[in-house]
Design a protein around this ligand. Structure first.
Ligand code: XMP
Length: 542
């Protein structure tokens, strides 16, 4: 089997820019045109992993957009519609007018075939899942990426191309799809029926890389080093000599945003860390150690607001999950605003918004696969505080945020830690939040995470935590029956947190966690493991 060697991510190289004024990291770029596929973000991630900057825009961009964006290549996503119906999305003429290579995936290929003079028909059955294509040996896109001409791929479509447009040749087929890939070598137009962006397509990432790097000729300059360099320059240009305040939560996004802002503007950044009394064991100390003088390579001004009393008092007597969330969100804004008001001359609010949040709020009317994030914990803060926003991670995917965090010297445990909800342990103590419940939960949670780390399971699950169930359950201590409360353990595997599978943790690991919780913590009579997947269960218990 022959394939091209992967291109090493060398030191940042300066590349001539195709886009006036663009920084080197974005000089060569790919445009991903979104037709509403659930996989569109994956396409963009694969392009970025190939070291090429790209952006996702809906298919109905305004006239002139493509020329202004100046991509070296364009990828057309899949989508939930069918081109066999007249009112569904079409590829705008400006895509073909750009004269750059175009790769259509699934719906993108159907639209390309239909619009350029080929034919598309509904399949008699929907093809979904693993398939094997047989590819032509000389195709520029697939060459060297097959195993003797065969390639396992992931299919998900209801239509098929039955005649390729003039100028195209068929470059792959499957048993049920006569045209699984097509190419017009002269115009450098490519179509694939399968999804190279999903990991089930064995050489899918290589196909995307082949397109972006070799066919479009993009240099691999989208590297963590370049990203940091560019973000630093752009923050400096944006805020000038202004001062920035940022709410540090201890999560990945706000931590990396803090590190980046600090690199850019040094002591003109002040971070406010609100201790809401709903944090995990030692969390406050860990955040302070990661950022404050002497604790780490990073030297960031962090102001800790101890507001645990205020949060617990506000939560007293409330047992409804949504009411609890609202109280916590409102109290956070009050506390944060108060702390920020003590800082002089602050005109900017830093936020760790990341690219998926941006895409989701900008999806076109066809963007059916996009689910709008439902957890806006601190919405409205910039307006209320009359501050302008600076969002240094706005163009980055989560995996890129992590790489940037490592490049900036943040501790690995912080950069790769599981997500933790804004309302913290309050949504993990079911019903009314009480201090004594939080104390027990904190210890149980720490034992669970500690054992997961020791057994090398922490990084194998996406999120793991303990939940406090204030239901009286009987236990025996000596000769006496005692009614105490229950701890539930939850560990899930997921890529997008929209769906999740419960993790099949080894029994001996669960046994150790259970023994330790019951032996080391007073007040727990029983430990249970949650074996519910999402849907229908959610990840959190409230
Ligand atoms: P669910 O429970 O909806 O959780 O399956 C999906 C992901 O979202 C997190 N989550 C929250 N995050 N504020 C947050 O910042 C919240 O109110 C909230 N509720 C759930 C949850 O931890 C999981 O990662």
């Amino acid at each position: 089997m022959s394939h091209r060697p992967a291109v090493a991510e060398g030191p940042p190289e300066r590349v001539p820019t195709d886009v006036p004024g663009a920084a080197p990291a974005r000089a060569h770029r790919v445009l991903v045109v979104d037709f509403g596929s659930q996989y569109t973000q994956l396409i963009a991630r694969r392009v970025r992993e190939a070291g090429v900057y790209c952006e996702i825009h809906p298919f109905d961009v305004p006239d002139g957009f493509v020329a202004e964006f100046a991509p070296r290549g364009i990828i057309l996503s899949g989508g939930p519609e069918t081109v066999t119906e007249g009112s569904t999305p079409r590829i705008p003429d400006q895509v073909f007018a750009a004269g750059v290579p175009v790769l259509g995936i699934c719906y993108g290929m159907h639209a390309m075939a239909a619009q350029l003079g080929g034919a598309v028909e509904p399949s008699t059955h929907r093809e979904f899942g693993h398939a094997e294509v047989e590819a032509a040996p000389q195709d520029r896109l697939l060459e060297g990426l097959t195993d003797g001409g065969r390639m396992p791929v992931w299919m998900s479509h209801g239509d098929k191309v039955t005649a390729v447009p003039p100028g195209f040749v068929v470059t792959a087929h499957t048993e049920s799809a006569p045209v699984a890939a097509m190419t017009d070598p002269a115009r450098r137009l490519f179509g694939v029926q399968f999804h190279p962006e999903v990991t089930h397509t064995a050489r899918g990432a290589d196909i995307v890389r082949r397109f972006a790097r070799d066919i479009c000729g993009c240099a691999g300059s989208w590297t963590p080093g370049h990203i940091v360099e560019e973000a630093v320059a752009s923050v400096r240009a944006q805020v000038g000599d202004g001062r920035v305040v940022l709410g540090l939560s201890g999560g990945v996004d706000s931590s990396v945003a803090a590190a980046l802002l600090s690199r850019a503007i040094g002591d003109r950044l002040t971070c406010v860390f609100v201790d809401n009394g709903l944090l995990r064991l030692h969390e406050r100390e860990e955040v302070e150690a990661a950022f404050t003088r002497g604790g780490n390579a990073l030297d960031v001004d962090v102001v800790t607001e101890d507001a645990s009393e205020e949060f617990l008092a506000a939560l007293a007597g409330h047992d409804d999950p949504e009411a609890k969330r609202k109280i916590i969100g409102g109290t956070f804004i009050d506390v944060f605003q108060r702390a920020a008001a003590r800082l002089e001359d602050v005109r900017w609010l830093g936020q760790g918004t990341i690219y998926p949040d941006v895409i989701e709020s900008a999806a076109s009317k066809y963007g059916k696969a996009h689910v709008i994030k439902s957890h806006h914990n601190v919405g409205g803060l910039p307006e209320r505080m009359h501050l302008s926003l600076v969002e240094p991670l706005r163009d980055l995917f989560k995996d890129e945020v992590r790489k940037v965090g490592m490049a900036l010297g943040l501790p690995r445990e912080l950069v790769y830690r599981h997500p933790f909800p804004g309302p913290g342990l309050a949504v993990r103590v079911l019903g009314e939040v009480r201090r004594e419940y939080l104390d027990v939960l904190r210890q149980a949670d720490a034992i669970f995470l500690d054992e997961l780390r020791r057994a090398d399971w922490y990084d194998r699950v996406s999120q793991a935590f303990a939940v406090y169930l204030p239901v009286a359950s009987v236990g025996v201590v000596g000769d006496a029956r005692r009614y105490e409360h229950v701890i539930a353990l939850r560990a899930v595997e997921t890529t997008d947190f929209m769906t999740a599978r419960w993790a099949e943790l080894p029994y001996d690991l669960l046994g150790r966690v259970s023994n330790r919780i019951m032996n080391e913590i007073a007040g727990v009579s029983r430990v249970v493991y949650d074996v519910s997947s999402k849907p229908p269960a959610t990840i959190e218990w409230e």
